[in-house]
Design a protein around this ligand. Sequence first.
Ligand SMILES: C[S@@+](CC[C@H](N)C(=O)[O-])C[C@H]1O[C@@H](n2cnc3c(N)ncnc32)[C@H](O)[C@@H]1O
Length: 633
Amino acid sequence: MISSSFQTLKDARKGRQPKSLATRTDITETLEQTSTTQSTSEASTSKIISTNDQTSPVSGLDGLNMDDEDTVAKLHRDELRRWDVGVAKIPGRGRGLVAKKGFKPGSRILKTDPPISVLSTSHLLDTCSGCFLTPREKRFLRAHTGVAQREETVKLSRCAGCKALHYCSRECQLLDWPSHKTECRALSRFRTMYFRSYPSKKDDGTNVEWAGPDMVRALGRMIWRRKEERSKNGGQDSDWWKKIAAMESHVKILPEKELMRIGQQIQHLRHYLAAGEPLKPGEDVEKLDPVELVDYGFGGVGEIMDVVSAFPVNSFTLSSPSISPIGVSTSPLVALANHFCYPNAVVLFPQGREMEVIAIQDIAPGEEILTSYIDVSTPFDDRQKELLERYRFKCQCSLCERSKDKKWVDPRWSVLHVGCGKKGKGKMPAANAVGKVSTVCDACGDNFRVDASELRRLVEKGKELLSHDESDSLDRAEALSSLSSLIPALLARLPPSSHPLLALLRLHALLLNPPRTIPKLDLAISQLGLAFTGAQLAYPPNHPTIALIQAEYSKTLSYDQLHSQAAEQAADEDTQRKLQNEARRRLEASLGVMRDALKRLRLGMGGEGGVTGMELEGLIRGLQVELGYGLKR
Ligand SMILES: C[S@@+](CC[C@H](N)C(=O)[O-])C[C@H]1O[C@@H](n2cnc3c(N)ncnc32)[C@H](O)[C@@H]1O
């Protein structure tokens, strides 16, 4: 999947006795081998709340509200002090994170182990629930960082209790066990109930749809931890929970429909929490009564509504090292950062489990740290809609303000002025436009006509494909066939930076991988080259997505197997030489692109450029040797 998704809630299902995994020592038996920078004026005048205050943290939840940023700063004071960031009240945005020193692009602003991260159901089988890496990523990382002498075998083993979560090592399972132990019981019971209700479904370990949405699993982990800490703390909440409870929720302004949806989520959650309770003697495994939330420390419906509604506002897409969405994560500290469509920082998981905030623009001391909550390559209307629906605010960042300028042609939502000598473009026709409409070229100033109805049909078709990809319901063969006609039709009308063409180009290249013929390889290279050109206009400078597309482009360029095979099979020496020369030309081109991508990755992802940066470094060395360039860089 390319873009992020937030899974919809499915109904809880009914169903048998779970295998109890109550103690930590049981673990051995449970592992089965199978802006321009943001306008700084507001932020730099904000008062940064001192974190040197040594007074004890506040007790009780009453003081935690939007006007209480110093209370929140106190709760986070250890991490804030460690990372040179502060909490400030930002006019119009509530609390925000502010830099206490300057940061350059590529520098790490902060790094934290998020208290809650869970994989989405579609990744429970292929990714470790401890380090959030696939075996391939883990193998590579261990060899690269010297933990292992060379690339060794890494296999996922499934938890013998719930048969849903997988781990790549005992260390990862042990690391996750405190959060998983109650969850394991809940999932086991859900699994039993599911297969009793659907006897025709095969329980062969390949179906984990019964594990339910990531949001419910994440909230379950949160609430179980709260309960455990309260029982150790004489019925008092810990600071850990106070940080969670202090996250902003918009429950008071939510429309009725949304409140009803949250009510249903709470019902599902109460059943899920009930499944985590030990089965009482004689209790029917299939009869699951929802828990009373008061037993979990919730004073009333309002409090649980607050927590459940705050979750989507403050959670992040858990992403793989190559920024593909794999689940959901929350960190109350990082969630204090406000949104900007032209962000000066990004939130990433460059090496798996830990969340990092990386500067992608120069950030001055006192300036607000602004990340983006959404895909900033999408057009103004889409961004505004998503921000309003999920985060309840109207974005007034510099990019959104510029989008209101009648004369400005946004590269994210524009049409080509076909035949213009200056390669100009015009605004995308309005959503309600029909037939041929006129638009002005931003390069030559001429009016030109666009078939709005046909364009909308193509754009809608593209968006539909992307939404199938997002929900993991894309049929590869069908998608390849659609894209082979849709992309040329869009390319004839839109620049590659325009939505949804940019995302479709990338999707097409991914679906073509691994290319089986030279024309398919050439097509993948061409799509990635165009996507790279488009991404540079659609994303802010140093954004890691530009670097990752360029890295994909360089790797595809370096794919020389098909030419080598063709050369071996060539009937004559002349054809053989031509193919060999072509292969070498591509490798040389790829080396240049790869070096550039590595520089970009280091700026966009910090450090060595994440796992992709490390991988490129090795590939560059290999290419240099292959091309006989020596090892100098
Ligand atoms: C993850 S929280 C960020 C921290 C939040 N300001 C707080 O006080 O806890 C997201 C919420 O912050 C506010 N917010 C974030 N970015 C904003 C912006 N650019 N303009 C207005 N409000 C913003 C919105 O209320 C949004 O739902």
